[in-house]
Design a protein around this ligand. Structure first.
Ligand code: FAD
Length: 435
């Protein structure tokens, strides 16, 4: 019997240290500094506050735990990472304090797998040390969910690739030292075989940011998601990662990890919203009794706890499948978790806001900011609808058509077969519960 829900005592100690550290040392940074600054390494908050905290994290052996031992990480695996990330999810600054923030964690994996030694020395090492940030540049303005619409191209010109085209929502490009850019290298085959990934240092001429798009609530022009035009951007031939045509193999490795890491952190955000909901329920009185005694509020609390618990088990199970069978075998689980992430966030945060009344929708609680995270979780790294298609396809793959005109579960034939099988016992019996 290998089923087990316990945490090793030594790792539980680490988690307790981590929880205390995040609450006392990192969450105050969320209250003082805008989250956009997480990626702006030139801001003094990094040298003065974040670096010393990162040193403490390294001393605890909890730095950059997303990387396997073969890639220079600690080889903790996804289940341990899930247990860590569900605490880190409480704070916007926590992932970068622990060296596992998106999109750098995924980009580090790409460079570790596909970069040359020289590229790793120049970009992977400082990325892992937390000294630079990176960008993943795949989505195009005419369509993100359908890569067949992508037109940004790269053409080999003697010993250099020349990249031309536009990308949309290239997060943190304005702060990044390098971008991993997807471009079409063979337009004569389907995009899934004809696209490649390029390592593009951001000091290369021709990277022209048209504007930095912000998320709702951020002032116009001050966002971090670049609408960018690559104009005759030249990179050396060896900057095509993994070889021409490998873009989607690489993207799947990276995006699969990214999706489940977002889900892990969402557990932390939802737990925070549930904590707020419950505290308000046992604090606020209306019409002579506590909110906690009202049936509707009890239903909010119960539904939220149940949904969060289901979601957490689902995320941990998906993490376990990745650890035990590999990411490629966990496609259905990862896609299902991705779909559930936005829904659980939306439902729990909505209820938490509601229980707080006007305060819940005000700018004096973090709930309204968390509320925006729900649709973001449903769109970033691919929309819910597309991930549902993946789940459905994976589930349907396990089924064959019924052999005859009627379904295998059609009762008349099954009942007749059962009666024939048990004929010697059922002279006077007529089953009334055929299932
Ligand atoms: C906060 C944030 C950060 C991001 N960061 C990055 C980044 O760093 N790099 C990057 O390359 N991209 C990034 N993206 C872009 C993201 O990957 C795309 O937004 C996403 O893939 C959807 O593409 P789209 O926005 O063009 O929407 P569209 O492709 O236009 O889709 C719009 C809607 O159409 C519906 N839809 C789409 N396909 C189907 C379907 N097959 N069946 C049914 N309905 C469907 C869905 O409702 C979907 O939301 C980021 C997005 C966000 C929100």
């Amino acid at each position: 019997m290998a089923w087990d829900f316990s945490t090793e005592p030594e790792f539980q100690d680490k988690l307790e240290w981590l929880a205390e550290f995040v609450i006392t040392e990192v969450e105050p940074i969320d209250l003082a500094f805008r989250s956009e600054l997480i990626y702006d390494k030139s801001h003094p908050v990094h040298a003065e506050l974040i670096k010393p905290l990162q040193e403490q994290v390294k001393a605890q052996g909890l730095w950059a735990c997303h990387l396997g031992a073969d890639l220079g990480g600690l080889g903790y695996g996804q289940v341990k990472l899930a247990l860590m990330n569900e605490i880190l999810g409480r704070s916007s600054w926590a992932p970068s304090t622990f060296g596992c923030q998106a999109p750098d964690s995924g980009n580090a994996e790409i460079l570790a797998h596909y970069g040359t030694r020289e590229q790793q020395d120049r970009f992977l090492k400082p990325l892992l040390d937390g000294d630079i940030v990176s960008c993943f540049s795949m989505t195009e303005p005419q369509g993100g969910s359908d890569p067949a619409t992508f037109t940004c191209s790269a053409v080999l010109d003697s010993d250099e690739w020349v990249i031309n085209g536009e990308k949309w929502f290239s997060s943190n490009l304005r702060y990044a030292a390098f971008a991993i850019v997807m471009a079409v290298t063979d337009p004569d085959v389907p995009i899934y075989k004809g696209a490649s990934m390029f390592l593009v240092p951001t000091d290369t001429p021709g990277i022209n940011i048209i504007r930095n798009v912000g998320l709702s609530g951020e002032p116009l022009g001050e966002g971090t998601h670049a609408y960018v035009r690559y104009e005759n951007v030249r990179v050396p031939a060896e900057n095509v990662l993994g070889g021409p045509g490998q873009a989607f193999v690489i993207a799947q490795t990276r995006l699969g990890g990214g999706r489940i890491h977002h889900a892990m952190r969402t557990i932390g955000m939802c737990q925070k919203a549930l904590d707020m909901m419950c505290q308000r329920a046992v604090s606020r009185t209306t019409q002579g009794s506590l909110l906690a005694s009202k049936g509707a509020v009890q239903e909010y609390v119960a539904d939220s706890w149940i949904e969060l618990h289901q979601f957490r088990l689902m995320v941990l199970h998906a993490a376990w499948v990745i650890d035990n069978e590999g990411g490629a075998r966990a496609r259905k689980e990862i896609a299902a978790v991705k779909v559930a992430t936005a829904k659980v966030m939306k439902d729990i945060v909505f209820r938490a806001m509601h229980v707080h009344g006007s305060l819940g929708v005000s700018n004096e609680l973090p709930l309204a900011g968390m509320w925006m995270a729900a649709p973001i979780m449903g769109i970033a790294d691919g929309p819910t609808e597309v991930h549902k298609i993946t789940v459905a396809r994976q589930v349907l793959k396990q089924y064959a058509p019924s052999p005859g005109m009627f379904p295998t579960f059609h009762l008349p034939d099954r009942v007749a077969a059962a009666r024939e099988k048990f004929a010697h016992l059922m002279d006077n019996e007529i089953a009334n519960n055929p299932i």
